[in-house]
Write a protein that binds this ligand. Sequence first.
Ligand code: NAI
Ligand code: MG
Length: 490
Amino acid sequence: MTVSTHLQTKTIENFIDGKFCPSSTNQTFADINPANGETIAQVASGNSTDIDAAVSAAKHAFDKGPWSTWSIKQRAQVLRKIGDLILENKELLAKAETIDTGKPISESLNGDIPRAAYNFHFFADYANSLQEECYTVDKNERHIGVYEPLGVCGLITPWNLPLYLATWKIAPCLVMGNTCVLKPAEWTPYTAYLFAHIIKEAELPDGVFNIVQGFGPNSAGEALTRHADVASISFTGETSTGKAIMTAAASTLKKLSFELGGKGANIIFDDADLDEAIPVAVNAAFRNQGQICLAGSRLFVQEKVYNKVVEAILDKVKHIAVGDPLDPKTQMGAIISNEQLEKIQSYIEHGKKEGKLQIGGTRLKEYPKGNFLTPAVFTDLANSSRLCQEEIFGPVLPIVPFKDEAEVIEMTNSTKYGLSSSIWSQDINRCHRVSQAIKTGIVWINCWFARDLRTPFGGQKQSGIGREGGKHSLEFFSEQKTICYRYKNK
Ligand code: NAI
Ligand code: MG
């Protein structure tokens, strides 16, 4: 197996021009398992010299081909092989993802890693059906819109869904004929490193895919965004980081795609099927320890059913199994870092002053070296409170009552974010009305987290710029050119 020999690795290196290498300064940092505080490996601390080397390899690979000159069909065959190899190594990749992030193994195994494989299979198929536009003015004149690759693309990814989100960018980037440099999150370098071994086995030409590990500001991430030979940055992460990247990318006028933070509203009307809505509301708030941009991190419940829903939620939350991420029965694992844990705890302390902590919010005594926190539910908080307005990115759920449609629409739209929301009601007309009035990129009706990869994915307001998914990703990773043909009619 490709990956198994590397699972015991003690060093996670950069991957440049088809070779694994340390950083130019030989500096490293520790990758920590958040469940027990142990060091998984030492990671190459990439810097601007490493970015220069990776971009230069990617540029060379792009300029000399053959990757950039192959047909989509030829490239799609390599993508399919990469997807297959991810599936072949599913258990090992899932274990690595869980050790690195602290997420439950059931999620890595059934969610993150299969989706990473599917990202390649999906874009292999989808790109093959990409249609060019052609307008025939008269029989002598045709205008054709063609897709061409951009060149070297920079991909910068977060720690909450490491391989899932990296491959969501890598697959469309590569299938359109680009080459790229990936800068994974410093907290989760592991599966990207293992993935590079898969890339080698799939025989992607050297230099087409490169990784520089390391940090963001004044380091590898920033160097990538400033590099003159990088045509675009596709970034997923915090809204504040998106703003820094936009500033840094301005001098070279890069194409930008931003998937940023969220403060998803989950809205339960009094005519909802509560047996369906309640378990999903709990999952939406606490899945992946609440570290999902699409989390339903504010629960709005109509007054008539408010007490009943709060009681049922608390009952469910009491039974969530928090603990060892490698135990298949675990439902909530560890928080990514001590830093993030402290940030969440400070929100909990703040919430206790403004509202009522009903349950949770405590560390697990059994794991003194792990970043475990029990799921916290608050009531009696105003929607204007910090816990309802700011992205906590942790297992903290405020439940707030509302009177009517108008009030809940206003409450939902009150944050600076606009990524996702869910509506629970059996009245289809109401669902339709409310979904139109809500300013989020996705509105789920009687569900949460459902996705068809062809649809546009992204945020309104400060949750993002642009859309990923299907043709939206392929267009982002392309130059679209119009070629106008005039024929001589003889
Ligand atoms: P982050 O913004 O701290 O870091 C993300 C990446 O950006 C990392 O690789 C980091 O090293 C890099 N980075 C940081 N500063 C940089 C700079 N100045 N220049 C270039 N690169 C820089 O985000 P984090 O904490 O890793 O992830 C959590 C955030 O991601 C949350 O806000 C969450 O909502 C958001 N997110 C959004 C998603 C979406 O699809 N809208 C999906 C998943 C997460
Ligand atoms: Mg880690």
